[in-house]
Design a protein around this ligand. Structure first.
Ligand SMILES: Nc1ncnc2c1ncn2[C@@H]1O[C@H](COP(=O)(O)OP(=O)(O)OP(=O)(O)O)[C@@H](O)[C@H]1O
Ligand SMILES: [Mg+2]
Length: 459
């Protein structure tokens, strides 16, 4: 395929040659016409003068010879009937009647006439100009003739010069357009390179062109497209790595959850297997059955926790608002927990306080917070109930400052957490229930010193 400048050379060269020839031809005919017109006017003026002389001095033969000599023009005096009265270039005896010469015929009708034709007398092409006059009683036609080869000759040199100028002009024009063609080709090459790089995803952000307004606009738009594409590509990469991270996290979570489930299942499996296979003493049998029941309860509890978390996340948990005594609820929860944490001290301070909320859900909140305090500390745990809210305080391991913002996230468990059967869902459930009530969770914690988790009744 041809390059842009080659196409340009092909098309424009023939066009320039054609246009040069056409312009030369038009110019030649136009200038010739102009020249003939001027010569005619000059000859008519000469005829006017000759008439004035002839009117005084009626010696036409002598006058014809003098004019030939002074002006180098052929002159003919013709009578009304076409006979020659006097002639400068030939003996009138040998000349035929001129009545029907085209210029004479026109002059007879219009007073003056002219024609361009071949002269038999001089055997060359002449411009004839003739005018009709009355001299005395006679009508006389005064005719002047100028050979056209003189006109053609001077015209030839003039046209030659003009053609030279036209050709020069055409060549210059050609070179200018050729240069423009090369410049356009260069700009297009830059754009092509830019587009190729863009396709190969080499990071090219900017392309610039000052060649013309259009190219500058194209360059600006391409730069914009490049920026958009690069942005999209970056976004895609970020999205993919986020997706990968989230998939990794999900895998970790699934393996952690299955690990938590495996433990009680293994216990149940082990004890039930022993019960089935061995002859066992009644007391030990009862202990084994209690262990099986305890681990089955753990499993049920974990499944309930998971279900509640999913419901809260999907905003499908219904809420049943009623007035109830939160202090009483805290007391009940503490009683419950004391069964599992037998040797732990939980100190409750406060008095009866009625609030509006979902009793069951709020008990889950209280249970989770006190259970955490018990799990992550070894000393006594304090619970305060007042008009402002409920606070659970422990003197345990505490939480790193930078971790605090994450601990309410789903499945979040600190690295130091060694508790089994802990899914990292407790605080996620707590914060969602609190939000549903329009309450607020406040966490204060110092690493290795302890924590205070407060539910504030005002938002
Ligand atoms: N009182 C606390 N003291 C120190 N760390 C705590 C305390 N409460 C929560 N955490 C930290 O926050 C994490 C998230 O707590 P959360 O209650 O959500 O999960 P969990 O107790 O690990 O498991 P689950 O409650 O589902 O049984 C815990 O793993 C623990 O690292
Ligand atoms: Mg917990």
């Amino acid at each position: 395929m041809l390059k842009l400048h080659q196409i340009y050379i092909r098309k424009s060269l023939s066009l320039f040659i054609f246009l040069s020839i056409l312009m030369t031809a038009i110019f030649y005919y136009w200038i010739r016409d102009f020249y003939l017109q001027k010569t005619k006017e000059e000859l008519l003026k000469d005829i006017e003068l000759i008439y004035l002389i002839a009117k005084e001095n009626r010696d036409f033969n002598a006058l014809a010879l003098k004019i030939k000599k002074d002006l180098n023009l052929r002159i003919t005096f013709i009578l009304e009937d076409g006979d020659i009265l006097a002639e400068s270039d030939k003996d009138k005896k040998y000349m035929d009647n001129h009545k029907n010469r085209p210029e004479v015929v026109i002059a007879r009708l219009e007073g003056f006439g002219y024609s361009v034709r071949h002269s038999n007398t001089l055997n060359k092409e002449l411009l004839y100009v003739v005018k009709r006059y009355k001299i005395g009683d006679e009508t006389i036609y005064i005719r002047l003739a100028k050979p056209l080869n003189e006109i053609n000759e001077s015209l030839f040199y003039l046209v030659l010069r003009v053609v030279g100028v036209i050709v020069l002009f055409a060549v210059m024009l050609f070179l200018i357009f050729y240069k423009i063609g090369l410049d356009i080709e260069r700009e297009i090459q830059t754009i092509l390179r830019f587009l190729k790089s863009l396709i190969k995803k080499r990071r090219v952000f900017e392309i610039d062109s000052n060649f013309s307004k259009e190219f500058s606009q194209i360059a600006k738009l391409l730069s914009k497209i490049s920026r958009i594409l690069t942005k999209q590509e970056n976004y895609r990469e970020k999205y993919l790595s986020k997706l990968e991270a989230s998939n990794r996290e999900k895998e970790n979570i699934i393996s952690a959850i299955s690990h938590e489930f495996k433990n009680p299942i293994a216990v149940i499996e082990g004890y039930s297997q022993t019960l089935l296979e061995d002859e066992i003493d009644e007391r030990i049998r009862e202990r084994f059955l209690k262990k099986i029941s305890k681990n089955a309860k753990k499993l049920v509890k974990m499944i309930d926790t998971l279900r509640l978390a999913v419901k809260l996340e999907d905003k499908k948990q219904s809420i049943n608002f009623k007035e109830f005594d939160i202090y009483e609820s805290v007391k009940e929860v503490i009683e419950d927990l004391k069964e599992s944490f037998k040797d732990r001290e939980i100190i409750l301070k406060g008095e009866s306080l009625f609030i509006k909320g979902d009793k069951i859900l709020m008990e889950i909140v209280i249970k989770n917070l006190i259970e955490n305090a018990l799990k992550y500390s070894e000393d006594e745990v304090f619970v305060f109930v007042d008009k402002e809210g409920i606070s659970v305080k422990d003197k345990g391991i505490g939480i790193k400052e930078e971790e605090i913002k994450n601990i309410t996230n789903k499945f979040y468990r600190s690295d130091k957490n060694v508790w089994s059967n802990s899914l990292g869902l407790g605080l996620f459930i707590v914060s969602n229930i609190i939000k549903l009530h329009g309450f607020r969770l406040e966490i204060q914690s110092i690493l290795n010193k302890g924590s205070i988790f407060s539910v504030k009744f005002t938002s």
